[in-house]
Design a protein around this ligand. Structure first.
Ligand code: SF4
Length: 371
Protein backbone atom coordinates (compact mmCIF):
# COMPACT_ATOMS: atom_id res chain seq x y z
CA UNK A 1 0.00 0.00 0.00
CA UNK A 2 2.82 2.42 0.76
CA UNK A 3 5.22 1.37 -2.02
CA UNK A 4 6.19 5.01 -2.67
CA UNK A 5 7.09 5.59 0.98
CA UNK A 6 10.05 4.25 2.90
CA UNK A 7 8.49 3.58 6.29
CA UNK A 8 9.21 1.68 9.49
CA UNK A 9 8.11 -1.96 8.90
CA UNK A 10 6.36 -2.24 12.28
CA UNK A 11 4.26 0.90 11.64
CA UNK A 12 3.54 -0.37 8.13
CA UNK A 13 2.27 -3.66 9.53
CA UNK A 14 0.00 -1.91 12.06
CA UNK A 15 -1.43 0.33 9.36
CA UNK A 16 -2.04 -2.48 6.89
CA UNK A 17 -3.76 -4.58 9.56
CA UNK A 18 -5.85 -1.61 10.65
CA UNK A 19 -7.82 -1.78 7.42
CA UNK A 20 -9.28 -5.11 8.61
CA UNK A 21 -9.34 -4.93 12.41
CA UNK A 22 -9.40 -2.40 15.24
CA UNK A 23 -6.05 -1.28 16.59
CA UNK A 24 -5.02 -1.76 20.23
CA UNK A 25 -4.26 1.08 22.65
CA UNK A 26 -0.53 0.27 22.41
CA UNK A 27 -0.66 0.53 18.62
CA UNK A 28 -2.61 3.78 18.89
CA UNK A 29 0.07 5.27 21.15
CA UNK A 30 2.78 4.38 18.64
CA UNK A 31 0.80 5.94 15.79
CA UNK A 32 0.23 9.14 17.79
CA UNK A 33 4.04 9.61 17.87
CA UNK A 34 4.62 9.26 14.11
CA UNK A 35 6.27 11.86 11.92
CA UNK A 36 7.52 12.13 8.33
CA UNK A 37 6.64 9.22 6.05
CA UNK A 38 4.95 7.31 8.86
CA UNK A 39 2.70 10.33 9.47
CA UNK A 40 1.78 10.47 5.76
CA UNK A 41 1.03 6.74 5.76
CA UNK A 42 -1.16 7.12 8.88
CA UNK A 43 -3.23 9.89 7.31
CA UNK A 44 -3.62 7.93 4.07
CA UNK A 45 -4.73 4.82 5.96
CA UNK A 46 -7.30 6.74 8.02
CA UNK A 47 -8.63 8.38 4.86
CA UNK A 48 -8.88 5.00 3.13
CA UNK A 49 -10.76 3.53 6.10
CA UNK A 50 -13.09 6.54 6.14
CA UNK A 51 -13.76 5.97 2.45
CA UNK A 52 -14.39 2.23 2.98
CA UNK A 53 -16.81 2.85 5.84
CA UNK A 54 -18.50 6.17 5.07
CA UNK A 55 -17.81 6.81 1.38
CA UNK A 56 -17.32 10.33 0.08
CA UNK A 57 -20.26 12.02 1.77
CA UNK A 58 -19.38 14.84 4.16
CA UNK A 59 -22.28 15.95 6.31
CA UNK A 60 -23.23 19.01 8.34
CA UNK A 61 -26.33 20.25 10.15
CA UNK A 62 -28.17 23.54 10.28
CA UNK A 63 -28.15 24.20 14.01
CA UNK A 64 -28.16 27.00 16.52
CA UNK A 65 -26.61 27.39 19.96
CA UNK A 66 -28.27 29.12 22.86
CA UNK A 67 -25.92 29.62 25.81
CA UNK A 68 -28.47 30.90 28.29
CA UNK A 69 -26.05 32.15 30.95
CA UNK A 70 -22.34 32.68 31.38
CA UNK A 71 -22.66 32.81 35.18
CA UNK A 72 -21.05 29.69 36.60
CA UNK A 73 -20.01 28.39 39.99
CA UNK A 74 -17.50 26.06 38.31
CA UNK A 75 -13.79 26.80 38.07
CA UNK A 76 -12.51 24.94 35.02
CA UNK A 77 -9.00 26.15 34.29
CA UNK A 78 -9.49 26.12 30.50
CA UNK A 79 -12.70 28.16 30.53
CA UNK A 80 -12.76 31.77 29.39
CA UNK A 81 -16.54 31.82 29.12
CA UNK A 82 -17.62 31.75 32.76
CA UNK A 83 -18.39 34.83 34.84
CA UNK A 84 -19.03 35.23 38.55
CA UNK A 85 -22.59 36.13 39.64
CA UNK A 86 -21.58 39.72 40.48
CA UNK A 87 -19.66 40.39 37.25
CA UNK A 88 -21.10 43.46 35.55
CA UNK A 89 -20.90 41.95 32.07
CA UNK A 90 -22.50 38.62 32.92
CA UNK A 91 -25.89 37.62 31.53
CA UNK A 92 -28.75 35.26 32.29
CA UNK A 93 -31.50 34.86 29.67
CA UNK A 94 -34.98 34.28 30.98
CA UNK A 95 -37.00 31.44 29.51
CA UNK A 96 -39.13 33.78 27.34
CA UNK A 97 -35.94 35.01 25.75
CA UNK A 98 -34.66 31.47 25.15
CA UNK A 99 -37.96 30.58 23.46
CA UNK A 100 -37.80 33.74 21.33
CA UNK A 101 -34.28 32.85 20.16
CA UNK A 102 -35.30 29.28 19.40
CA UNK A 103 -38.19 30.52 17.25
CA UNK A 104 -35.82 32.85 15.42
CA UNK A 105 -33.35 29.99 14.88
CA UNK A 106 -36.00 27.75 13.39
CA UNK A 107 -37.18 30.54 11.08
CA UNK A 108 -33.60 30.72 9.77
CA UNK A 109 -33.50 27.02 8.94
CA UNK A 110 -32.15 25.41 12.13
CA UNK A 111 -33.46 21.90 12.78
CA UNK A 112 -31.47 21.43 15.99
CA UNK A 113 -31.15 23.80 18.92
CA UNK A 114 -28.28 23.19 21.28
CA UNK A 115 -28.96 24.67 24.73
CA UNK A 116 -26.23 24.87 27.36
CA UNK A 117 -25.15 27.30 30.04
CA UNK A 118 -23.01 27.87 33.09
CA UNK A 119 -23.79 26.30 36.47
CA UNK A 120 -25.85 29.23 37.73
CA UNK A 121 -26.34 29.19 41.52
CA UNK A 122 -30.12 29.70 41.23
CA UNK A 123 -31.01 26.94 38.80
CA UNK A 124 -31.85 23.28 39.25
CA UNK A 125 -33.06 20.35 37.19
CA UNK A 126 -36.60 21.72 37.03
CA UNK A 127 -35.32 24.89 35.38
CA UNK A 128 -33.83 22.73 32.60
CA UNK A 129 -37.12 20.85 32.38
CA UNK A 130 -39.05 24.09 31.99
CA UNK A 131 -36.78 25.31 29.19
CA UNK A 132 -37.43 22.10 27.25
CA UNK A 133 -41.18 22.17 27.84
CA UNK A 134 -41.53 25.81 26.82
CA UNK A 135 -39.44 25.48 23.64
CA UNK A 136 -41.21 22.26 22.65
CA UNK A 137 -44.59 23.93 23.20
CA UNK A 138 -43.72 26.48 20.51
CA UNK A 139 -41.62 24.23 18.26
CA UNK A 140 -42.81 20.63 18.64
CA UNK A 141 -40.66 19.32 15.76
CA UNK A 142 -37.35 20.90 16.68
CA UNK A 143 -34.62 18.57 17.97
CA UNK A 144 -33.38 19.72 21.37
CA UNK A 145 -29.77 18.79 21.94
CA UNK A 146 -29.19 20.11 25.41
CA UNK A 147 -27.35 20.15 28.74
CA UNK A 148 -23.89 18.73 29.20
CA UNK A 149 -23.30 15.81 31.59
CA UNK A 150 -21.98 18.38 34.07
CA UNK A 151 -25.20 20.42 33.87
CA UNK A 152 -27.35 17.31 34.33
CA UNK A 153 -25.16 16.21 37.25
CA UNK A 154 -25.40 19.69 38.80
CA UNK A 155 -29.16 20.01 38.21
CA UNK A 156 -29.83 16.55 39.64
CA UNK A 157 -27.84 17.23 42.80
CA UNK A 158 -29.49 20.66 43.27
CA UNK A 159 -32.92 19.00 42.99
CA UNK A 160 -32.02 15.94 45.05
CA UNK A 161 -32.66 13.56 42.19
CA UNK A 162 -30.83 10.47 41.01
CA UNK A 163 -29.17 10.74 37.60
CA UNK A 164 -31.66 8.21 36.27
CA UNK A 165 -34.67 10.24 37.44
CA UNK A 166 -33.15 13.49 36.21
CA UNK A 167 -32.65 12.08 32.72
CA UNK A 168 -36.17 10.62 32.68
CA UNK A 169 -37.62 14.04 33.57
CA UNK A 170 -35.61 15.74 30.80
CA UNK A 171 -36.55 13.07 28.27
CA UNK A 172 -40.23 13.40 29.10
CA UNK A 173 -39.92 17.18 28.68
CA UNK A 174 -38.62 16.80 25.12
CA UNK A 175 -34.88 16.28 25.33
CA UNK A 176 -33.74 14.61 22.08
CA UNK A 177 -30.03 14.13 22.74
CA UNK A 178 -27.21 15.46 24.88
CA UNK A 179 -23.81 16.92 24.05
CA UNK A 180 -21.07 14.58 25.30
CA UNK A 181 -19.10 17.54 26.58
CA UNK A 182 -17.54 17.89 30.05
CA UNK A 183 -15.48 14.83 29.10
CA UNK A 184 -12.32 16.93 28.60
CA UNK A 185 -9.74 14.18 29.24
CA UNK A 186 -11.20 11.18 31.04
CA UNK A 187 -8.39 10.73 33.53
CA UNK A 188 -8.81 11.91 37.12
CA UNK A 189 -5.22 13.15 37.50
CA UNK A 190 -5.63 15.39 34.46
CA UNK A 191 -9.10 16.46 35.62
CA UNK A 192 -7.73 17.44 39.05
CA UNK A 193 -5.52 19.98 37.24
CA UNK A 194 -7.83 21.32 34.55
CA UNK A 195 -11.32 20.96 36.07
CA UNK A 196 -11.06 19.96 39.75
CA UNK A 197 -14.76 20.54 40.52
CA UNK A 198 -16.19 18.73 37.55
CA UNK A 199 -17.69 15.28 37.69
CA UNK A 200 -15.10 12.48 37.85
CA UNK A 201 -14.28 10.06 35.05
CA UNK A 202 -16.49 7.37 36.60
CA UNK A 203 -19.35 9.81 37.14
CA UNK A 204 -19.11 10.96 33.51
CA UNK A 205 -19.17 7.38 32.26
CA UNK A 206 -22.08 6.49 34.53
CA UNK A 207 -24.12 9.53 33.46
CA UNK A 208 -23.52 8.93 29.76
CA UNK A 209 -24.36 5.23 29.99
CA UNK A 210 -27.52 6.04 31.95
CA UNK A 211 -28.56 8.50 29.22
CA UNK A 212 -27.92 5.91 26.50
CA UNK A 213 -29.88 3.26 28.38
CA UNK A 214 -32.78 5.70 28.80
CA UNK A 215 -32.84 6.27 25.04
CA UNK A 216 -31.01 9.61 24.99
CA UNK A 217 -28.11 9.43 22.53
CA UNK A 218 -25.11 11.69 23.06
CA UNK A 219 -22.12 12.90 21.15
CA UNK A 220 -18.65 12.09 22.45
CA UNK A 221 -15.90 14.67 22.76
CA UNK A 222 -12.33 15.13 23.90
CA UNK A 223 -10.66 18.43 24.79
CA UNK A 224 -6.93 18.02 24.31
CA UNK A 225 -3.71 19.96 23.97
CA UNK A 226 -3.33 21.35 27.53
CA UNK A 227 -1.58 19.24 30.20
CA UNK A 228 -2.31 15.71 29.02
CA UNK A 229 0.06 13.40 27.14
CA UNK A 230 -0.42 10.89 24.34
CA UNK A 231 -1.16 8.07 26.80
CA UNK A 232 -4.05 10.07 28.28
CA UNK A 233 -5.48 10.74 24.83
CA UNK A 234 -5.43 7.07 23.93
CA UNK A 235 -6.85 6.09 27.33
CA UNK A 236 -9.71 8.54 26.66
CA UNK A 237 -10.39 7.07 23.21
CA UNK A 238 -10.36 3.57 24.71
CA UNK A 239 -12.94 4.60 27.32
CA UNK A 240 -15.22 5.98 24.58
CA UNK A 241 -14.74 2.85 22.48
CA UNK A 242 -15.70 0.60 25.40
CA UNK A 243 -18.79 2.67 26.24
CA UNK A 244 -19.89 2.42 22.62
CA UNK A 245 -19.41 -1.35 22.67
CA UNK A 246 -21.69 -1.53 25.70
CA UNK A 247 -24.43 0.94 24.68
CA UNK A 248 -24.13 2.03 21.04
CA UNK A 249 -25.40 5.44 22.16
CA UNK A 250 -22.74 7.78 20.70
CA UNK A 251 -23.75 9.51 17.50
CA UNK A 252 -20.33 10.98 16.73
CA UNK A 253 -16.90 11.82 18.06
CA UNK A 254 -15.82 15.47 18.16
CA UNK A 255 -12.19 16.27 19.04
CA UNK A 256 -11.98 19.76 20.52
CA UNK A 257 -8.54 21.28 20.39
CA UNK A 258 -7.66 23.37 23.49
CA UNK A 259 -8.05 27.13 22.89
CA UNK A 260 -5.26 28.47 25.05
CA UNK A 261 -5.25 32.24 24.51
CA UNK A 262 -7.68 33.29 27.25
CA UNK A 263 -7.56 30.11 29.34
CA UNK A 264 -6.58 30.61 33.01
CA UNK A 265 -4.38 27.46 33.04
CA UNK A 266 -2.38 28.82 30.11
CA UNK A 267 -2.08 32.29 31.63
CA UNK A 268 -0.75 30.69 34.83
CA UNK A 269 1.83 28.73 32.85
CA UNK A 270 0.33 25.33 33.69
CA UNK A 271 -0.83 24.38 30.19
CA UNK A 272 0.95 24.38 26.86
CA UNK A 273 -0.33 26.60 24.03
CA UNK A 274 -2.67 24.09 22.44
CA UNK A 275 -1.85 21.53 19.79
CA UNK A 276 0.05 21.75 16.54
CA UNK A 277 -1.58 20.86 13.23
CA UNK A 278 0.24 17.52 13.14
CA UNK A 279 -1.13 16.58 16.54
CA UNK A 280 -4.67 17.42 15.43
CA UNK A 281 -4.41 15.39 12.24
CA UNK A 282 -2.92 12.41 14.09
CA UNK A 283 -5.73 12.54 16.63
CA UNK A 284 -8.35 12.40 13.86
CA UNK A 285 -6.54 9.57 12.09
CA UNK A 286 -5.96 7.46 15.20
CA UNK A 287 -9.58 8.00 16.29
CA UNK A 288 -10.77 6.63 12.94
CA UNK A 289 -8.51 3.60 13.29
CA UNK A 290 -9.71 2.96 16.84
CA UNK A 291 -13.42 3.59 16.22
CA UNK A 292 -13.74 2.27 12.64
CA UNK A 293 -17.52 1.85 12.15
CA UNK A 294 -18.25 1.64 15.87
CA UNK A 295 -18.46 5.44 16.16
CA UNK A 296 -18.94 6.05 12.47
CA UNK A 297 -19.06 9.81 12.46
CA UNK A 298 -15.98 11.85 13.24
CA UNK A 299 -16.50 15.59 13.22
CA UNK A 300 -14.08 18.41 12.56
CA UNK A 301 -14.88 21.62 14.39
CA UNK A 302 -14.41 24.58 12.02
CA UNK A 303 -15.01 26.85 15.00
CA UNK A 304 -11.84 25.61 16.68
CA UNK A 305 -9.72 24.82 13.62
CA UNK A 306 -10.76 27.49 11.13
CA UNK A 307 -12.26 26.65 7.74
CA UNK A 308 -9.02 25.87 5.89
CA UNK A 309 -7.54 23.52 8.45
CA UNK A 310 -10.94 21.89 9.15
CA UNK A 311 -11.08 21.08 5.45
CA UNK A 312 -7.63 19.49 5.63
CA UNK A 313 -8.61 17.42 8.68
CA UNK A 314 -11.41 15.92 6.62
CA UNK A 315 -8.61 14.06 4.79
CA UNK A 316 -7.47 12.42 8.06
CA UNK A 317 -10.42 10.12 8.66
CA UNK A 318 -13.23 12.59 9.44
CA UNK A 319 -16.56 12.72 7.61
CA UNK A 320 -18.56 15.53 9.24
CA UNK A 321 -18.15 19.28 9.29
CA UNK A 322 -20.35 20.09 12.30
CA UNK A 323 -23.01 22.72 12.09
CA UNK A 324 -23.82 26.16 10.76
CA UNK A 325 -23.80 27.29 14.42
CA UNK A 326 -25.71 30.47 14.97
CA UNK A 327 -24.65 32.22 18.21
CA UNK A 328 -21.59 30.24 19.27
CA UNK A 329 -20.29 32.07 22.34
CA UNK A 330 -18.02 29.67 24.20
CA UNK A 331 -15.20 29.21 21.70
CA UNK A 332 -15.12 32.90 20.90
CA UNK A 333 -14.66 33.74 24.58
CA UNK A 334 -11.79 31.25 24.61
CA UNK A 335 -10.04 33.06 21.78
CA UNK A 336 -11.28 31.28 18.64
CA UNK A 337 -11.43 33.55 15.61
CA UNK A 338 -14.39 31.64 14.20
CA UNK A 339 -17.72 30.78 15.75
CA UNK A 340 -20.20 33.10 14.20
CA UNK A 341 -22.89 31.57 12.01
CA UNK A 342 -21.69 30.30 8.66
CA UNK A 343 -24.16 29.69 5.82
CA UNK A 344 -24.67 26.17 4.39
CA UNK A 345 -23.26 27.43 1.07
CA UNK A 346 -19.86 28.01 2.70
CA UNK A 347 -19.64 24.48 4.13
CA UNK A 348 -20.89 23.06 0.82
CA UNK A 349 -18.13 24.89 -1.04
CA UNK A 350 -15.39 23.54 1.25
CA UNK A 351 -16.64 19.97 0.79
CA UNK A 352 -17.15 20.19 -2.97
CA UNK A 353 -13.70 21.65 -3.44
CA UNK A 354 -12.23 18.41 -2.01
CA UNK A 355 -14.11 16.29 -4.53
CA UNK A 356 -16.36 14.95 -1.77
CA UNK A 357 -20.17 15.00 -1.59
CA UNK A 358 -21.81 17.62 0.65
CA UNK A 359 -24.97 16.60 2.49
CA UNK A 360 -27.18 18.01 5.22
CA UNK A 361 -28.07 15.73 8.11
CA UNK A 362 -30.12 15.73 11.29
CA UNK A 363 -28.68 15.35 14.80
CA UNK A 364 -28.87 11.56 14.76
CA UNK A 365 -27.52 11.19 11.20
CA UNK A 366 -30.79 9.62 10.10
CA UNK A 367 -31.88 11.96 7.32
CA UNK A 368 -29.01 12.60 4.96
CA UNK A 369 -29.86 14.91 2.07
CA UNK A 370 -27.25 15.21 -0.66
CA UNK A 371 -26.87 18.83 -1.82
S1 SF4 B 1 -16.45 24.86 31.39
FE1 SF4 B 1 -18.61 25.01 32.00
S2 SF4 B 1 -18.61 24.29 34.14
FE2 SF4 B 1 -16.49 24.80 33.66
S3 SF4 B 1 -16.26 26.95 34.35
FE3 SF4 B 1 -16.78 26.99 32.14
S4 SF4 B 1 -18.99 27.24 32.10
FE4 SF4 B 1 -18.45 26.55 34.17
Amino acid sequence: MFSMLDIDPHIEEILENSLDREISSQEAELLMETNGNEFQALILTADTLRDNIMGDVVTFIQNWNINFTDICTGNCGFCAFKKNPNDKNSYFLDIDDIVKRAIEAESKGAIEICIQGGLHPNIDLFFYEEILLRVKEELPHIHLHAFSPMEVFYGASKSDLSIKDAITILKNAGLGSMPGTAAEILNDKVRSIICPNKLTTDQWIDLIETAHKKGIPTTSTMMYGHVENVKHRVEHLEILRNIQKRTGGFTEFVPLTFMHLNAPIFKKGIARPGTTGFEDMKLYAVARLMFRDLIKNIQVSWVKLGFKFAQLCLTAGANDLGGTLGEENISRSAGAKYGVYTPPSNLKRLIKDMGRLPAERDTLYQNIKLL
